[in-house]
Design a protein around this ligand. Structure first.
Ligand SMILES: [Zn+2]
Ligand SMILES: [Zn+2]
Length: 290
């Protein structure tokens, strides 16, 4: 589905491509690996630079891993290889930066906290058929976005952090006269308070600083110009908060399975089921295909 080019002759096409069936934790993963476990890794490291959650471990994913190893694990020589120690460090990162789902549930009192799944394939009247105007109530909040929020908390350092707005379903939007559908699971609004010990500053300046840091550390964009990039609302729209969203992603990265409603689903903690070999072929020798 991802790739149509085939390196061999037509006879090879008769052989079905072996489907990667690895789940996160089944094996060490590194450049050249493909599969569901790579998607999971790309989601978990979404705020460390960040790449597409496409299941293909190319240079962009390697950069995510090396950034995490350098910045979070404090490794002097990042390897780009995700073995046991890196997986365990990702677990520690998740534990250190939990997400309070009570704060991101819709407060309308009429849905179950994450919409009612209505308006599949429906767009706002008179608007382009793009995610910005898509009315569908996604079944939770996008996991990649929440993992990216965790990384933003890490990079902002110790200090206050609060989620000011999470899921806002159609009922909630109607109650408040809003026309935007971004908060149907694709956006989170947060506030990063001044760092502990710091002087209280201007909220606008704090938000500008936070946006700058997120652009720098997570490869996010301000505004919605580029496809498949995490996006931040510009300061004229969000003067005293930081709005972070995934509405620029193509619909194939916005499948229902990417959305979660609990911390357990977000963490999706898996046991590690391999041991790292001491010597020999640590890295799969498949050439990078990006
Ligand atoms: Zn609601
Ligand atoms: Zn917002």
């Amino acid at each position: 589905m991802r790739r149509t080019a085939h390196p061999h002759g037509p006879e090879d096409r008769q052989v079905p491509r072996r489907k990667a069936e690895f789940e996160y934790g089944d094996r060490e993963i590194a450049r050249g690996c493909e599969g569901a476990d790579v998607v999971e890794l790309q989601v978990r490291l979404a705020g460390f630079r960040g790449t597409l959650p496409d299941g293909d471990f190319g240079p962009g994913t390697e950069r995510q891993v090396m950034t995490f190893q350098r910045d979070y694990m404090k490794l002097r020589s990042p390897t780009g290889i995700v073995g046991r120690s890196t997986m365990l460090a990702i677990d520690r990162f998740a534990e250190a930066y939990p997400i309070d789902f009570a704060k991101i549930r819709c407060s309308c009192g009429r849905c179950n906290g994450f919409g009612t799944g209505q308006f599949k394939d429906r767009y706002l009247a008179g608007k382009p058929r793009t995610e910005a105007f898509y009315r569908y109530e996604y079944p939770g909040v996008h996991r990649l976005l929440l993992w990216a929020v965790r990384a933003a908390r890490f990079y902002m350092g110790p200090g206050g952090f609060s989620i000011t707005s999470g899921y806002r379903c159609s009922f909630d939007n109607a109650d408040h006269g809003r026309s935007t559908t971004n908060h149907h699971g694709k956006a989170i609004d947060v506030v990063f308070a001044p760092r502990a010990g710091g002087k209280p500053r201007n909220a606008g300046a704090d938000c500008d600083a936070a946006r700058g840091r997120i652009v720098e550390t997570a490869d996010a964009q301000i505004g919605w110009g580029a496809r498949n990039r995490k996006a931040l609302e510009p300061s004229d729209i969000a003067p005293t908060w930081v709005h972070y969203d995934v509405r620029c992603y193509e619909s194939k990265y916005l499948g229902d399975e990417m959305f979660c409603t609990t911390l357990e689903q977000l963490d999706n903690r898996r046991a590690i089921r391999f041991s790292t070999p001491k010597t020999g072929s640590r890295v799969k020798k498949t050439p990078a295909r990006r």
